[in-house]
Design a protein. Structure first.
Lengths: 147, 481
């Protein structure tokens, strides 16, 4: 049996330790992937993502003065959809991205306490220590969530 | 980053000397034992950063429950004059008017000891909790929501949630003046419209407990507290509406800081002059969100009363579920203070800090003119909470402010790890505390050892004279978000 090649790709996101809250360290080969992974990380903070079905979709567009602020605006818009429609995105496709504007399609589920394991409520994505940087294999972002 | 140097002032006070761009010194209330933990995060740097903001009056302060926040530290207190001073959404926090209220009863602990589980279940059924909790039976139209934001707890009382007597026992009467719902975004209103009367998640809770210890008999009596008495604590805030107002105005303030040439050591400190249109709009929107929070706690109080009446089959008169007090611990208030012998109007930011006005202060309700304003300090779900009163020393030294809670010791992830393989609910039950929560993680995150011992925090404020210990409350039953 042939040995499988070593897995090269990095984890799309991981949680950073922060006493009061939670930080996300997000990776993406492209900026589009970075933004999509950030959204997946947000959902994973709130619920067990694996139990989400792809039964609903939402077209989303957000604007901000710069790329970093756009990341915060994007995540906070997803929190808005959660609060107002109980919408939880599972898969995200970034259809258009400039430093000031993002358009995306989110496919996901309606939160249902009988089917989903709720984890932690997120109040907001913050600007605190917010950073998007180029790394050798793509992009990295750090964003801290207020819980 | 070099460690911030502290100079000891006395047993409970530590100073960050003014240097570099700081306009004033930093002043930290803490015991010597607390310092190593405080040095672990960057909260002292945040105290120093706040000291650089224009128009700051007195020192940039932090209470003993200080920890790393966004821009301002949690536990931070800072006052700014109205002439050059600024207002900052980061100095209030995302959960605008997160706060605590305490209810007392006529009951003794023994009378309900065998009914606690039933009580917890009734509370859990009657008060929506957890991630994205919403009410199906109380959806507000935009005009009604605007009334809630204008009138706060008074709106709730007018709808039959509680009585006029309650309003006299809430900070600012449950209605911050100057609220303008017209500057609250549609997004914020969308998030708030079916969240009124919900607890939310995180560290928010409703707790049935009892008076376990009294430190000052006459003060306790004046607050209507006696040993063994059943009490209820409610801890929640302005829900998604407040979070959205904060986020909306951080965006406004990022632009405003550049426009008014305010130099920021951290983006999250973004602010605007209090007198500027941006500053005034934030204060009006913040007041609207704060009033929503007062109404929220008022409505939850009504359901607490109903739950106890249902389970114990008692009328309101026998139950005697009366409001002791309700305090905000994430807020900015326009207040009059004496600074260097002169009365000045300032904007006091309390982010994870509680107002603690002394006896005789005009903003303290008549019932507490002799005692000072009650201050409610919740601890973790397994240990205890405290009732304090405000003091003259606090008014003179900290713009009438004290601590707000325990503060986390472990990150949420570390707490979940510590709870792994344990059955926290059963552990708590073995200690006589019934806990129900909406999510598994929320209970694990809130295990006692995840928090500092709130008694140490309270002892510093008592020792420093910025509040006085009245009573210790212990939990019997808790619902968590």
């Amino acid at each position: 049996m042939a040995a499988s090649p070593p897995r090269q790709h990095r984890r799309p996101y991981r949680f950073l330790s922060h006493t009061a809250d939670v930080g996300l360290r997000i990776r993406g080969e492209t900026l589009e992937a970075l933004f999509a992974n950030a959204a997946r990380a947000l959902t994973a903070t709130m619920v067990d993502r694996r139990r989400l079905r792809g039964t609903r979709s939402r077209q989303i567009s957000v604007e901000a003065p710069d790329l970093e602020a756009l990341l915060v605006a994007w995540l906070n818009h997803l929190l808005y959809l959660y609060d107002t429609e109980a919408f939880l995105g599972r898969d995200f496709t970034i259809t258009s991205l400039t430093p000031e504007r993002l358009e995306a399609r989110a496919v996901g589920d309606t939160y249902d306490p009988t089917r989903h394991i709720s984890k932690t409520a997120v109040k907001a994505a913050t600007y605190h220590h917010l950073a998007i940087t180029r790394v050798p294999d793509g992009w990295q972002a750090t964003v801290i969530l207020d819980l | 980053m070099a460690q911030i140097k502290l100079r000891q002032v006395d047993e409970y006070r530590w100073e960050i000397p003014r240097e570099g761009k700081m306009r004033t010194r930093g002043l930290i209330f803490a015991s010597k034992e607390m310092l190593p933990k405080i040095h672990e995060d960057r909260s002292l740097e945040q105290v120093a950063n706040v000291a650089t903001l224009p128009g700051i009056e007195g020192p940039s302060m932090a209470m003993p429950d200080i920890h790393w926040g966004y821009g301002f530290p949690i536990g931070g207190v800072a006052a700014f004059n109205l002439e050059e001073g600024v207002v900052s959404p980061g100095g209030v926090g995302y959960d605008i008017n997160c706060g605590v209220r305490l209810l007392r009863t006529n009951l003794e602990r023994e009378a309900i000891a065998h009914r606690v589980e039933e009580l917890v279940n009734a509370l859990f059924d009657n008060i929506p909790t957890g991630v994205g909790s919403r009410r199906k039976d109380l959806k507000l139209t935009v005009p009604t929501l605007k009334e809630v934001m204008r009138y706060g707890a008074a709106w709730a009382v007018k709808q039959g949630f509680g009585n006029a007597e309650d309003l006299a026992h809430i900070e600012a009467g449950g209605q911050i003046p100057g609220a303008d719902p017209e500057v609250v975004s549609q997004f914020a209103m969308d998030r708030g419209k079916d969240q009124l009367g919900t607890l939310g998640s995180g560290n928010h809770f409703v707790e049935v407990g009892y008076v376990a210890e009294i430190y000052d008999e006459p003060l306790a009596r004046a607050l209507g507290l006696f040993p063994g008495q059943v009490t209820v604590i409610i801890h929640t805030g302005s829900r998604g509406l407040g979070h959205q107002v904060c986020d909306d105005f951080i965006k406004v303030m990022l632009k405003a800081s550049a426009k008014y040439g305010i130099e920021l050591p951290d983006r999250q400190l973004c602010s605007a002059p209090i007198r500027s249109p941006e500053g005034q709009q934030y204060l009006a929107a913040m007041a609207a969100a704060a009033n929503f929070a007062f109404a929220n706690r008022q409505i939850i109080t009504h359901w607490v009363r109903e739950s106890l009446e249902q389970v114990l089959k008692m009328g309101p008169r026998d139950l005697g579920l009366e409001l002791v007090y309700d305090v905000a611990h994430n807020i900015a208030k326009i207040e009059k203070h004496v600074i260097d012998g002169q009365e000045k109007t300032v904007c006091v930011h309390r982010k994870g800090a509680t107002r603690a006005f002394p006896p005789g202060h005009p903003e303290v309700p008549p019932a507490y003119r002799e005692t000072g304003q009650p201050v409610l300090i919740p601890g973790d779900m397994g240990r205890y909470s405290f009732v304090l009163v405000g003091t003259r020393r606090a008014l003179e030294e900290t713009f009438g402010s004290t601590c707000h809670g325990a503060g986390r010791e472990l990150s949420r992830a570390a707490a979940i790890k510590a709870a792994k393989g344990r059955r926290v609910v059963q552990e708590m039950a073995a200690r006589g505390i019934i806990v129900r929560g909406a999510g598994r993680d929320t209970i694990d995150e809130e295990i006692s050892e995840a928090y500092k011992d709130v008694e140490n925090v309270v002892n510093v404020t008592h020792g420093a004279g910025i509040s006085r210990k009245v009573a210790k409350l212990k939990p019997m039953g808790v619902i968590k978000g």
